[in-house]
Design a binder for this molecule. Sequence first.
Ligand code: DAH
Length: 333
Amino acid sequence: MEKEILELKDNYINSIDNVNGLSELDLIKSKVLGKNGELTRFLKQVSSLPPEKRPVMGQLVNKAKSEIMAILSAKQSKLEHARLHSKLSKDGTDASLPGISVKKGHLHPISLVIREIVTLFDRFGFTVKEGPDIESEEFNFEALNIGKDHPARDMHDTFYLTNKQLLRTHTSPVQIRTMLNEKPPLRILAPGKVYRYDADTSHSPVFHQIEGLYVDKNVTLADLKGTLTTFLHSFFGQDYDVRFRSSYFPFTEPSVEVDVKWNDPGSKLHGKWFEVMGAGLVQREVFRQTKIDPDLYTGFAFGMGIERLAMLKYQINDIRLLYENDSRLLKQF
Ligand code: DAH
């Protein structure tokens, strides 16, 4: 039996060597190692040998098997390689040329700014809320104490739809939706698209805002100033001064506009103040509209334009660059 095995092995090694095609190689493989292959048959016989002979013969068969397998797989890769080579040379492919790389995308600067702001406010416990782009006149204006005669309601500024609906002009109606649906304490951040009849190098008819709202007992203007200053220092830099100018919004009282002082000696903007958001303490009338008791609760709100923040932070001077999706701009982020 020993001799037979060795002979069989040599024969197969020889015939593997002479094979020229992959299908022929497969055939040999099944003839020797398949379920009823010749070597498999020897392996089955081992168990019927007297016990003292089994280990030696078993080892011999297994050794022959692994030798044949090694030679088979070497031959297989040689044949596969040859087949690929002949295919490539026939269709004129030059395998030595560099490949076509797949370009990888990444987040748009608008998304980056939104995510950064959401992350920073997450530290203060603010969670994200969303509202619809098509909003009712009531939530967009009336409930926010914006009277019928307010200029923001002008046909020239707003995209009105039918049935007293419009494309929201700001993210502030999300404040109303939240206060109507949830009980204080509230800490929410509402990013989203807003729409205005407006277009030039720094205004687009569709742009993005983030609204913030904090309602609890004993919220004061000091909380507003502390929170927004900490946020702006994290977003622009610790060495950017922040100032609060008194202002007017129908839905806050008192109202402020918040400016940061650009601090980059190498930049044309160095030392200039830039307005970055509107804010204020929630108007008592807004609380009344949403059935929150203004004698029990106070709160602050703020709203900022994302494009404006992105243009400042990344020093982009034309808003259209943010919408053209020119990869030469985008790949810089
Ligand atoms: N909604 C205002 C706008 O679009 C921005 C704003 C100002 C939002 C003051 C606020 C706020 O929440 O308190 O111009």
